[in-house]
Design a protein. Structure first.
Ligand SMILES: [Zn+2]
Length: 156
């Protein structure tokens, strides 16, 4: 029987619910704490190991996968909050990506930068910005290299 994990949008409560079949599992359920909607946050592929992470400790992944939700039960509430942040940021990014793709632009998450207006929204990095960012990296590297070089031959 599949077990799905849910998280409340309002109060952050996490809960698990057992469903008789995958097809009966709802995407949202009512939060037992505040009555708001809880969203399903674990994929049905993971129903066979709902309570404990398999295979011992694993390195944290930068992506959010269902296994991480099992994992962060072990590493605690801070992590749960962090993953929730990542998840919500990724949701915003993915919405932006969908909009861009509708407009015919093939955009990936790494092309998105946060807007500076505090809205929490993302926009696509521009070509000059990307070029500048790459130049920035090159420059920092070359500065470091030059500094090291000049230190080596100070007496020259
Ligand atoms: Zn709640």
């Amino acid at each position: 029987m599949p077990i799905y994990e849910y998280q409340c949008d309002e109060c952050g409560l996490r809960d698990e619910k057992l469903w008789p079949k995958i097809s009966t599992a709802k995407d949202t359920i009512e939060c037992s704490s505040c009555g708001a909607q809880m969203r399903k946050i674990i994929s049905p592929a993971n129903f066979s190991f709902p309570h404990t992470p398999v295979g011992g400790a694993r390195p944290q992944n930068t992506g959010v996968h269902a296994i991480d939700y099992s994992f962060d039960k072990v590493i605690g509430e801070d992590s749960a909050r962090k993953w929730k942040d990542i998840e919500s940021r990724n949701a915003v990014k993915d919405a932006t990506i969908r909009e861009e793709r509708k407009a015919g632009r093939l955009v990936k998450r790494e092309h998105l930068v946060p807007k500076l207006d505090g809205s929490g929204e993302y926009r696509v990095i521009t070509e000059p910005e990307r070029k500048h960012a790459n130049e920035g990296r090159t420059t920092a590297f070359e500065i470091a290299k030059a500094a090291k070089g000049s230190g080596d031959k100070k007496d020259g």
